[in-house]
Structure formats: C-alpha cells, structure tokens
Design a protein around this ligand. Structure first.
Ligand SMILES: CC(C)(COP(=O)(O)OP(=O)(O)OC[C@H]1O[C@@H](n2cnc3c(N)ncnc32)[C@H](O)[C@@H]1OP(=O)(O)O)[C@@H](O)C(=O)NCCC(=O)NCCS
Length: 172
C-alpha cells in the first residue's frame, strides 16, 4: 500500500521549488517523448509557471508539488481555476516521476487535487486533455470518473501530429 501524499502550492520565486520541479519534470522522459518527441528543455519548470490560457490571470493558476512521506517531490500538477468557463477547473498536467509511477501515487494525487477543487464553490466540472499519442493514460482517467466529451482538438508539437482528447468529470 502506498503512503499518503502531500500536495502544496509551489512558488516560482523559490529556487528550491523551481529546481526540484525541473527534476521531477525531467524524471518522466517517456511522457515527453510521447507527446513531443523530445525531452523537456532546461527551462521546463519556469515555462510551467508561466503558461497561462488566454484571458486568465495568475491569481487562478496553481503549480502544485506532490511529496511522498519522506518529503521528496515525486510529482507535479498544473491547475487553472475557472477555465474555459467559470464553473470549470482545468487540470493542465498531472505528472508522477517514472520511478514513482504505478504505485498508487497518481490516484492519491488526483484525489487530493479534487478535494482542493471542491473547496472552490463555483466549480462544477474538472476538465483534462489527453494527447492521442499518450492515450495509454486514458484508462487511468476513466477509472477516476472522467468521461470523453467528444471534443477533440488538433494537436501538433515538434512534428508529433495528434489530437487533444478532452475529458470532463462532474464534481458538484
Ligand atoms: C498517468 C499517471 C499520472 C498515473 O499515475 P500513477 O501513479 O502511475 O497511477 P496509479 O498507480 O495511481 O494508478 C491508479 C490506477 O490507474 C491505473 N493506471 C495507471 N496508469 C495506467 C496506464 N498507463 N494504463 C492503464 N491503467 C493505468 C492503475 O492500474 C490504477 O488502477 P487501480 O486503482 O485499479 O489499481 C502517471 O503514469 C504519469 O505521470 N504519467 C506521465 C504523465 C502523464 O501522462 N500524465 C497525464 C497527462 S493527461
């Protein structure tokens, strides 16, 4: 059985948060190869903090660190409150480092994030996007209650041509 995880909001201004986040991002190389045919760049952590959908402000953006029982960061997530509409929270990324995958941490992390989202009273839905070349994770999301919306957007990154498959879960 996997011990509990701790989730906390990371700070871009913290050198330790930034460097540890970079290491965690780099510790999931298969994922980056599947969606972009290349490894993450040296500024991947900074770019994660910076990325913001049109029309949103940083007040509604949360980069989360996931820590194991010994305090080591084993994963991260990127969450936007109120996107693409006021009643939806967009989970832009959930990543567990490869050595820590398939041990239950992903599920525990999602459950923790869902609890955080439930404290935002206006939110009715959680949305995620799965890139077609990473469809291996679809069973993970479906086991957590996500359903395909039927919405699929063209996706292209560094020569990887695919689709962004949009799934949602109702949470009110
Ligand atoms: C997807 C991811 C977050 C899952 O986290 P994880 O810690 O490996 O998953 P867990 O061990 O918590 O698994 C939870 C459940 O999902 C299932 N599952 C996890 N990954 C799966 C996979 N690739 N294929 C099928 N089922 C999977 C597990 O069997 C488990 O089911 P169970 O509770 O019935 O035993 C993790 O693999 C990851 O970070 N991958 C790389 C980044 C990524 O693709 N993120 C998602 C972007 S949309």
């Amino acid at each position: 059985m996997t011990a509990a995880v701790k989730i906390r909001i990371l700070k871009q201004a913290s050198y330790e948060d930034l460097t540890t986040l970079q290491k965690v991002i780099e510790a999931a190389p298969s994922y980056w190869m599947r969606i972009s045919a290349r490894l993450p760049g040296r500024n991947a952590a900074e770019e994660t903090f910076k990325a913001l959908p049109d029309g949103k402000s940083y007040v509604d953006k949360f980069v989360l660190g996931v820590f194991d029982s010994e305090g080591a960061m084993i994963g991260c997530a990127d969450l936007i409150r109120g996107f693409p509409n006021e009643e939806t929270a967009m989970l832009g990324l959930l990543l567990i480092s490869e050595p820590a995958q398939k041990k239950g941490y992903g599920k525990l992390t999602y459950e923790g994030i869902e609890r955080l989202i439930l404290s935002w009273k206006e939110i009715r839905k959680i949305r995620i996007g799965v890139i077609g070349t990473n469809e291996v994770v679809l069973p993970f999301w479906k086991s957590l209650g996500f359903l395909e919306t039927g919405l699929r957007r063209p996706y292209e990154e560094n020569g990887v041509i695919s689709e962004n498959i949009i799934l949602e879960k109702a949470v009110s």
